[in-house]
Each structure stands twice: as C-alpha cells, then as structure tokens.
Design a protein around this ligand. Structure first.
Ligand code: ADP
Ligand code: ASP
Ligand code: MG
Length: 410
C-alpha cells in the first residue's frame, strides 16, 4: 500500500525556545495522528548558527572550514534531540538522527557542500515501525565521514532532498511568516501573501535576497519537481505553493520585490579601451574564487573607461587586492569601492511578454529621488543598485508602483 509521507521543515525561529519546540511537537503529532508518516527536518534554535560562527571568529579570522562545519552542525543536533523528547512527552514515538546517521552523503566542499546521495533505508525502517523521524537539517558527511554543512539556510535543502528520495506527498517549509510575500513583510507593511509561485520566480527572488528559502533548495526542487508549501509554524492557514509554471502565472507581470545588502561595488578607473582587457580582469578575479555579480563598463571617449562590478561584501578586501594587481599590469588607474549599496530587484514571469516594466521600476525610483548606480536585467528579473540608505524606500516605492499591496484585486 502506498504510504502517505510528509516532510515538514521547521526553521530557527520556529524552534527558538522550549515553548516553540513544544508547539512544533504538537503540530508534528497532529500530522502523525492524522494518518501520515512524518519526517521532520529542524534548524538550530534561533540564532545558534550565527552565534557559533561568531564564537569561532573570536579565536581566528580564518577558521579551517572542516572545523567550522564540525562546530556549526552541532546546533541542529541539539534541536532534533529536544524535539524528539517533546514528542515523547505527548505520547508518540519519535527518533532523532544526524545527517550522517541517515546517510546524507555530500561532496568535500565544507560550508557549502552538495548532496551526492541519500540512503533512505534507515528512515524507511523507522517509519515502518510507526515512528516519527526527526533529522538534523543543514548537514551531511563526505565519503571520509567528515561532517559537512550545506550552506546557510541549508535545512531547506535537507528537507527537499529527503522529500525527493522518500517520494513524499508534500514538503512543508514551516517558518515565521504565512508564506512567500510580494516583498519582505518586515520592510513593506502591506506586502501580500502569494498563493502560488513558479520555481523559477522563487529561485530568482531567493537569490536576489528574499531570505525565506535557500536558493539551492529551490533549484533542487525544480530539478526533481518536488512541490513545496511555505507556511507558518504558528497558524493553520494555507501558505504559498511553489510548483511548475502554469499559464495563469504569466498574467502577473511582477510577482515580487527583493533586496540584497550584502554586495559591494568596485571600480577600476581608466581602463585602456581595447580588446581582451575585460577578459584579463575577470579571468584573474575568477582565478581567486571571487564571484562577480553585476558589471558595468562606461562608454569610452578618451580611449580609457571605468569598469565597475559588484562582489559579495565578504570578498571585498580580497577583490581590491586583486584589482590593484590587475590595474598595474594593464596600465589602468586607481581602484575605488563602495560598501554602502543595496541591490533592489523585481521578478516576474510575465515580464517576458510585457513591455515598459523597466521604465516603471526606474520611474518609481526617480519619483522618490533615488539614484540608480547600476542596472542589470534578464528574462524574468530587473535589478538596480542604489544607495544602501535608500534601499528600503526603493523596495516600498517599487512595490507600490506595481500595485503589489494588499488591495490588489487579482
Ligand atoms: P526560518 O528560520 O524559518 O528558516 P528565515 O528567517 O530564514 O526563516 O526566513 C523567514 C524570513 O524571511 C521572514 O521572517 C521574512 O522577514 C523574510 N523574508 C524576506 N523576504 C521575504 C518574502 N518575500 N516573503 C516572505 N518572507 C520574506
Ligand atoms: N541553521 C542553519 C542556518 O542558520 C541552517 C538553516 O537554518 O537552514 O543557516
Ligand atoms: Mg532560513
């Protein structure tokens, strides 16, 4: 007989203290008593992961990544054991596991490992014994049995991957908001919950700064068509369903607005304007393992031009060093940088078939006196870099311009 398996992930805020862990226990038990086989994935309590990273940084600025994973993976081990105990108190059978114990095998990329295999035998065995299975999110082991972690927000990936191998009927992401909103509800008061969104749009929103889900988990879900339901741990309301694109989605031009404040802009001034120079610059930067996001090259009038690009703020120091080296090699000028930037983006499948979207976005910024420093576009997204201080204003202005607030009819 086909079993009805559900994977439920609970994020850090949902298990931040004992009473919240007890709340999660009640929800899990309710699903179990409703006849489902329940597999639960938990994040670490509250800000545990941040605190553990900070602790490591009090000892060294450059912790060995293997040891960092050894440290930060402990947070999830605490929450899964406590949840098992809370479920026992409610009279149900539950058993907790680390990633290694349930055979989550990853590559060797500590702090951002990829899952290469999951052996679900142990989980299936426990489900057959009618137990609730709780798995520590965010972690796995490499083939040498070293503990690895899956990148920040990685419990989402654990949940999606387990849902796939267990052929679960649903993968629920339980969090501290009612679903995915048209913008971060902490910034935009009238942001609206989205009922249904495509993997592509969700992937873009998450990559562009909507922290509610880890981008890699959506990529994985899209590849294997795992439907995701993002919902609140604190209510029983329907949240947001993330699934394949359906035709009706194209009618919505802009689905949401996102902001990322974690990038910095670097400019190499007076770069000689001749073939091969850009290739040299970005080859050297890539060689140092630095990811470049947006790139702008100004028009040259004098045979030299300024090249600006953005990198993760954490890579800024390294980038400046590399840029200085390149500049002297190619005969360019000084290097300037700006940490106080915010990248504000809109995402929507409907952009493919509607014109004037960029103009509306830029008008919203202009009407509020917000200067645009850089622009980039793709088929379903448009991003603009603005002054960090105006980032939240920019999100609100754009959200209003596209009528995304609560009063919208569709
Ligand atoms: P969890 O601890 O459950 O993993 P996170 O804190 O990682 O939860 O993500 C949830 C938070 O993401 C919300 O509290 C919300 O402020 C923020 N967020 C940012 N953008 C969005 C958005 N578009 N929709 C919903 N939440 C968003
Ligand atoms: N605890 C980890 C983090 O804070 C993983 C997760 O919450 O998904 O990134
Ligand atoms: Mg999270």
């Amino acid at each position: 007989m086909a079993r009805d398996i559900i994977v439920q992930k609970y994020g850090g805020t949902s298990v931040a203290d004992v009473s919240r862990i007890q709340n999660v226990a009640r929800r899990v038990v309710k699903a179990r008593r409703g006849g489902k086989d329940v597999v639960v994935v938990v994040s670490a309590l509250g800000d545990t992961t941040d605190n553990l990273i900070e602790l490591a940084l009090t000892i060294t600025n450059d912790p060995a990544e293997r040891e960092l994973d050894m440290l930060i993976s402990t947070g999830e081990q605490v929450s899964c054991a406590l949840l098992a105990m809370a479920i026992h108190e409610l009279g149900e059978d539950a058993i907790s596991f680390t990633g290694a114990q349930v055979g989550i095998i990853t590559d060797n990329a500590f702090t951002r490992a990829r899952i290469i295999d999951i052996n679900a035998r142990r989980i299936e065995e426990e489900l057959r014994k009618k137990r609730i299975v709780i798995v520590a999110g965010f972690q796995g082991v490499n083939v040498n049995q070293d503990i690895t972690t899956l990148g920040r927000g990685g419990s989402n990936l654990t949940a999606v991957a387990l849902a796939k191998v267990l052929k679960a009927r649903a993968c629920e992401m339980n969090t501290d908001v009612e679903g995915v909103f048209t913008a971060d509800p902490r910034i935009v008061k009238d942001a609206r919950k989205i009922d249904k969104i495509s993997y592509e749009e969700m992937f873009e929103l998450a990559s562009l700064g909507a922290q509610v889900l880890q981008p890699r988990s959506i990529e994985f879900a899209m590849k294997f068509a795992v439907p995701i339901h993002v919902r609140s741990s604190f209510s029983n309301r329907q949240g947001t369903i993330i699934s394949r694109e359906v035709r009706a989605m194209e009618d919505i031009v802009v689905s949401g607005v996102a902001m990322n404040k974690d990038e910095a802009k670097v400019t190499i001034c007076d770069v000689p304007d001749k073939p091969g120079i850009a290739a040299k610059i970005f080859r050297e930067i890539a060689r140092q393992g630095i990811n470049v996001d947006m790139i702008v090259q100004n028009v040259s009038r004098t045979g030299a031009t300024d090249v600006s690009f953005t990198v993760l703020a954490g890579d800024l120091g390294k980038t400046i060093k590399v840029a200085k080296g390149i500049s002297s090699k190619i005969g360019a000028g000084e290097i300037t940088f700006d940490k106080d930037i915010a990248k504000v983006s809109i995402v929507g499948i409907g952009m493919k078939s509607h014109s004037g979207v960029a103009a509306n976005m830029f008008e919203a910024l202009a009407d509020n006196g917000i200067n645009i420093e850089m622009i980039s576009t793709s088929e379903i997204k448009i991003s603009a870099v603005v002054d960090k201080k105006r980032g939240q204003d920019a999100v609100r202005a754009i959200h209003a311009k596209f009528g995304l607030g609560k009063k919208r009819k569709s």
